[in-house]
Design a protein around this ligand. Sequence first.
Ligand SMILES: C[S@@+](CC[C@H](N)C(=O)[O-])C[C@H]1O[C@@H](n2cnc3c(N)ncnc32)[C@H](O)[C@@H]1O
Length: 191
Amino acid sequence: MQSRNSSRSRNSHVCPWWLAYTFDNPLRKLFHRPQKMLGPYIKEGMKVMDIGCGMGFFSVGMAKMIGSKGKVFSVDLQQEMLTIMLKRAKRAGVSDRIFAHRCEPDKIGLDEKVDFILIFWMVHEVKDQTDFFSQLQSNLNGGGKILTAEPKMHVSAEDFEKTLAIAQYVGLQLCGQPPIRFSHTALFKID
Ligand SMILES: C[S@@+](CC[C@H](N)C(=O)[O-])C[C@H]1O[C@@H](n2cnc3c(N)ncnc32)[C@H](O)[C@@H]1O
């Protein structure tokens, strides 16, 4: 077992890998259902990204949805998160379609273009949100969508409004705010 102080968890903004078990546990399926939440945006064969994938609750869910011809790019700062995510993906029989990428705090570092990007409960951990959304915009295919959700227990409505303003400032268009339990949400598109 790796040290609790290892990797990027020393950065105080970032959820340490061991703390993720508090919300990413078997009970989570009762209130977050990847298929129901993401079904309107994800089709078989798509390429998608899960940014700040953590232990892979949504990466595994999305891998099932895109099928064997699709690809999920699962991105996180912390190697511990990626290792646990890949173990879960193997157990679910979908690791063949997941590409795990360890990024830098201020650089995603993937050139791939995808049809859908999920950013779940992580934007509040990003220091420079303007740069972050600009980078992600360049990873999106025309007609692609970005869904972001932020936890209401950590992020005030006022702070989420600031995130929305930043995303729109860099050129993303707000096109919906689907209901997700315990979350502020925003769906963005580009032309
Ligand atoms: C609260 S967890 C949420 C994990 C996952 N999205 C979920 O819903 O289960 C936030 C994750 O974002 C990652 N993270 C924080 N800042 C990041 C950054 N700048 N780039 C990539 N990942 C980051 C953390 O390492 C952590 O795994």
